[in-house]
Write a protein of this length. Structure first.
Length: 633
């Protein structure tokens, strides 16, 4: 089975969202209801439609058994087959027809269930894949909780539109047409006029009221999304909330959104009550008019009691699909409101796209070159200003500089999270814009400053570097990253859960997992983006040993904050305000007496002060222990 590509799905979704049309939405959804590669699902649609037609025919004609039973009870049996003359048989036939209609309706739903769920699955998968295709710029501005709720409601909205339009909308129109013909044939044109006026009034009132209610629904959705975003954001930052004792403030922020949701929800239910009352009033007036005409006809002898019962049964039969009309319209409009936000996400274009027919990256040595590279996130603020440098194959080049100099932007550009605005970046002479993103990223390993782990086992997080790796390979990667001894002390070993974002592990332990993951990936190119800046000096030295081992014989770009981690680099670039102001080895840069020299002195003084403070604390602890010894020791 093949899935529709996310790329082809987004434009169709955009049309639906822009036009706000049920028809346009169905056109966009039709390839998933009638999938070209699934003949078995097509047959299910055909059989479901046949069951639907049979169910409607049985439903429409079942009131006749009720009418004939009424006539039989009064002795009027003219024109009835002999085996149906007995009133009991007619009653049984009436109820059998009702059961048969329900049976075919349920068969229809059972047959169509797989079709509808297939459409939901395909579109849900397309949306998920599309979100991963969107640029880092989009994900830096998203609100995870709100986005997840938008997708959740959108998927449910798709199911509602597919089910209620095809399984309820079309058969309801068919039932109206058959009913109109029967009433005209049985009772005359004037009855049809009354029924037609009743239906038109009912549909007009339902549409007008539902359109009014849809605005309330959107307001309720917005409040729900906002409340969910705040809840998820607060829970993700649980520790920060606790650090500052702001539980009440978080609860108050959440309650503000819930208060808006409560207000909109109350209006939704109130408006629904008015809608139901208006619909019942219109049905009551139409039914009363037809029943009054039939009653007078019975008194005049032109109709039988059975006819009186039949018109009542037919009108009750019409009321059922009419109620479905209101329900269907409300569900479809609500479904459109629910999926319009998801469609707007699908309509967001991917900022970074592969060129048509782009080849895979062919890595021979892994040499990297930045050639007159310029870049900006915002046109009014240039980040990189004509950078040119090389990272020769198998060499380690470090980039240092003050905060805001543009160091981390280099790794984002090399991964093609963004494209350069000027110049080019090449790997073994190949412009990274001309190759596939998948092949580019498979050739690069990354150890970031802030390692975020999946809420799964240690083994899963290490194996994420190469999902097909065996347990032995995972264990070897952990050993090389110097985290195997720690894992062996855990009760569940490699099956130990790390918690959400890896919060059950310390900073150093998370970094070692990230290093093990990169070792397992075994890429020819390695990026270390301030991989030790968030660690204490002792842990940094341990991690640095593991990083040195990983970077052996690999083309390595190190983006560093702490200069002590790059003293062994083959070349160090000093970046300031988006330009390279100094370059050379550690010794050469110190000899220049420039920016690197001043940064080195400041960090050395800070390290010495930290070491003195640590020594003083150790001495103070030792003094407390000595003074606290029992007498006689």
């Amino acid at each position: 089975m093949t899935s529709k590509s996310p790329k082809s799905a987004a434009p169709a979704a955009k049309v639906s969202a822009d036009e706000g049309s049920t028809g346009a939405t169905l056109v966009a959804l039709w390839p998933y209801i009638w999938p070209a590669d699934r003949p078995d699902l097509k047959m299910r649609v055909v059989w479901a439609v046949l069951a639907l037609v049979v169910a409607k025919i049985v439903t429409v004609f079942s009131p006749y058994f009720f009418a004939w039973a009424s006539d039989a009870l009064t002795g009027e049996t003219a024109g009835l087959p002999a085996f149906l003359v007995a009133p009991v048989m007619l009653v049984l036939a009436y109820n059998a027809a009702r059961v048969l209609a329900v049976a075919f309706n349920q068969l229809r739903d059972a047959l169509f269930a797989q079709v509808g769920q297939h459409a939901v699955r395909e579109l849900g998968n397309i949306t998920f894949a599309h979100l991963h295709r969107l640029s880092l710029r989009f994900h830096l501005t998203r609100r995870t909780g709100g986005l997840s709720r938008v997708i959740e409601r959108g998927v449910k909205g798709i199911e509602a539109i597919v089910r209620f339009t095809i399984l309820n909308g079309i058969p309801t129109l068919l039932e109206f047409a058959i009913m109109a013909g029967l009433i005209w044939w049985q009772f005359g044109f004037f009855y049809v006029v009354i029924v037609a006026v009743m239906i038109v009034a009912y549909v007009w009132f339902t549409v007008k009221t539902s359109n009014w209610r849809i605005a309330i629904r959107r307001e309720m959705n917005d409040s729900d999304t906002d409340a969910n975003s705040k809840a998820i954001d607060s829970l993700l930052n649980y520790e920060t909330v606790k650090y500052f004792g702001n539980e009440k403030m978080e609860a108050a922020r959440f309650d503000v959104s819930m208060a808006s949701y409560e207000k909109a929800a109350v209006r939704t239910w109130t408006s629904l009550a008015w809608l139901n009352f208006g619909q019942s009033a219109i049905l009551g007036l139409g039914t009363a008019a037809c029943m009054a005409l039939s009653a007078m006809a019975v008194l005049n002898g032109t109709q039988t009691i059975g006819d009186f019962v039949l018109i009542n049964a037919l009108l009750m039969q019409i009321a059922i699909p009419l109620n479905f009309v209101g329900f269907i319209y409300r569900e479809i409009r609500q479904g459109l409101a629910d999926i319009e936000s998801m469609f707007s996400v699908l309509a967001v274009p991917a900022e970074i796209e592969d060129k048509p027919g782009a080849p895979a990256l062919a890595v021979s040595s892994g040499a990297i070159r930045f050639e007159d590279v310029t870049f900006h996130y915002d046109p009014d603020r240039q980040i990189l200003k004509g950078l040119t440098f090389d990272v020769p194959a198998g060499h380690t080049v470090a980039v240092v500089g003050p905060s805001g100099a543009g160091k981390s932007t280099l790794s984002r550009l090399l991964f093609r999270f963004y494209d350069v605005t000027g110049g080019r970046i090449t790997i073994d002479g190949q412009d990274i814009r001309d190759i596939t993103q998948e092949s580019l990223r498979s050739a690069i390993g990354m150890v970031p400053q802030d390692t975020v782990l999946f809420n799964d086992t240690i083994a899963y997080n290490i194996r994420y570097g190469r999902p097909g790796a065996s347990l032995e390979e995972v264990q070897e990667a952990a050993r090389m990253a110097q985290i195997a001894p720690f894992i062996e002390t855990l009760p569940k070993g490699f099956d130990s859960e790390v918690g959400e974002r890896g919060l059950k592990l310390s900073g150093g332990e998370k970094q070692r997992v990230a290093i093990a993951r990169t070792i397992l990936k075994a890429p020819p190119i390695l990026i270390l983006d301030e991989a030790t800046s968030a660690l204490d000096t002792h842990t940094e030295r341990e991690i640095q040993t593991a990083l040195d081992q990983v970077s052996q014989n690999r083309t390595t770009l190190v983006i560093a904050h702490r200069l002590s981690t790059v003293v062994n680099a083959d070349q160090i670039l000093v970046l300031e305000a988006g330009r390279i102001v100094e370059r050379g080895t550690h010794a050469e840069l110190l000899a220049m007496g420039g920016l690197y020299h001043s940064m080195w002195n400041r960090q050395r003084e800070a390290d010495e002060a930290e070491e003195r403070l640590r020594a003083a604390r150790e001495a103070d602890k030792l003094g407390v222990v000595v003074r606290g010894r029992p007498a006689g020791e």
